[in-house]
Design a protein around this ligand. Structure first.
Ligand code: DP6
Length: 426
């Protein structure tokens, strides 16, 4: 370690995307190691619209590991953080920063403490897999800081220990989490099926629902499912393995019809498995909730549209929360989709269109809706039974995005979340 001064601070900042599963992960065969009961496949979302930025730093002046999430200090004592920190520390190697005159040996890392600051460019409470991007970013940034020479697949197995779905955020494009066979989980990791350029026509629209509801957490929900659902056993053993092969083919051939059919069916089966759990988990089916009617309306709209068109135009998928993720086959379809969605779920009258549609706003221009007045005069979609009923205010906002790249290191100091002198939040 550079002895001349105890004041030095070394840091790395990284940015990592979030991902949405099109073949779902639900159920663990090992809770501590986070080993799943089946493979899963996801699409990485463009980090320009949804991502986590994390700065990690090390200094002999730090007396303990500390972390700040969106500016607020959080505890690192949880088992999942500890697993990630321990695993990545054990892979640390010598670091020599000639410019700063800092030398850290492999052995030093055991004693050195780190400061971590993480920020999501989307509301954490929106339930958009913030833990996936978060743990992926933590592990990726620490691996760079500690010079852990592991490839992204090896890093994904460490991120998996933070949150299962996090392992798929180590790659851009289309990603498979291979469940693996090893008891210790060494072969349970993510691989890239295709990068984001492979199928860049796809447009992804996320409807974020206004909901005060506290959802059942994925971790608790899937524990109950594993303990009680026979349908899950059938799904994991008989259904998913075949579906994974078909989904890989669909992605390889950019076969949207097959992709959409598989994604929708798998999302529906995931929710069927939730309902087959004792006590049942109602992510979508509780008719006493306003959000349930929102989800049902979206499903019926997409199903009717796809049937009328003769071939799928849009795929839907829903995770363990009330938001809807819609994947359109191309921009033209996405513009139509946005029209239909804005008709059904217009903003409250005092809303600002700029904060109602986030992400790639150019879709609004394609859809010909560039003002609140334009939303009011949209034609009723033919799929809607009762066009007089518009569900005003049920959607908090939409995010338009696309398949995106994997983790990157950021070199622009203005994006660092920790002060380079003190290692404390800026
Ligand atoms: C429904 O990765 O959040 O989003 O491993 O317990 O942290 P833990 O669960 P998590 O579960 C995600 C479940 C899902 C489907 C998916 O992303 O594949």
């Amino acid at each position: 370690m550079a002895e001349e001064s105890q004041k030095w601070v070394l840091m790395v900042t990284a940015q990592t995307p979030t991902n949405i599963a099109v073949i779902k992960y639900w159920g663990k065969r090992d809770e501590t190691l986070i080993l799943p009961v089946n493979d899963s496949i996801s699409v990485t979302l463009d980090p320009e619209h949804l991502c986590t930025t994390t700065t990690v730093s090390v200094s002999p002046a730090f007396d303990q590991d500390r972390m700040w999430l969106n500016g607020k200090e959080i505890s690192l004592s949880g088992g999942r953080f500890q697993s990630c920190l321990r695993e990545i520390r054990s892979r640390a190697t010598d670091v020599h920063d000639k410019e700063k005159g800092i030398k850290i040996t492999k052995k030093d890392w055991e004693k050195l403490n780190v400061h971590i600051a993480s920020y999501n460019n989307f509301p954490t409470a929106a339930g958009l897999a913030s833990s996936a991007a978060g743990f992926a970013c933590l592990v990726f940034a620490l691996s760079k800081l500690m010079n852990a020479n592991e490839d992204h697949s090896q890093l994904s197995a460490i991120a998996r220990r933070g949150s299962g779905s996090a392992c798929r955020s180590l790659y851009g494009g289309f990603v498979k989490w291979i469940m693996g066979k090893d008891e210790k989980g060494t072969d349970s990791l993510a691989v890239q099926l295709a990068d984001e350029k492979h199928w860049d026509e796809l447009v992804i629209v996320i409807a974020v629902v206004s909901s005060q509801q506290k959802e059942t957490s994925s971790t608790t929900g899937m524990r109950d499912t594993v303990e009680t659902s026979l349908l899950l056993q059938h799904r994991a053993k008989e259904v998913v393995p075949k579906r994974i092969l078909k989904m890989e083919e669909a992605i390889k051939n950019r076969d949207f019809a097959s992709f959409a059919q598989l994604a929708c069916t798998d999302s529906n089966q995931f929710h069927a498995v939730c309902l087959d759990t004792c006590p049942p988990i109602f992510y979508m089916n509780d008719t006493s909730h306003r959000q349930a009617s929102f989800l049902n309306l979206i499903i019926s709209l997409v199903e009717k549209w796809n049937r009328a068109a003769g071939t799928p135009q849009v795929a839907y998928t829903f995770d363990a929360g009330p938001n809807a993720v819609l994947i359109a086959r191309n921009r033209e379809t996405a513009a139509l989709l946005v029209q239909k969605l804005l008709f059904c779920f217009p903003p409250k009258s005092d809303a600002d269109l700029n904060s109602f549609v986030l992400g790639d706003k150019s879709i609004l221009k394609d859809a010909g809706v560039e003002s609140l007045e334009a939303i009011e005069s949209l034609p009723a979609p033919p799929e809607i039974k009762d066009p007089s009923q518009r569900h005003r205010g049920d959607v908090s906002y939409f995010i338009c995005t696309r398949p995106g790249r994997g983790p990157v290191v950021l070199s622009d100091e203005s994006q660092f979340l920790l002060n380079p002198e003190t290692g404390l939040p800026k």
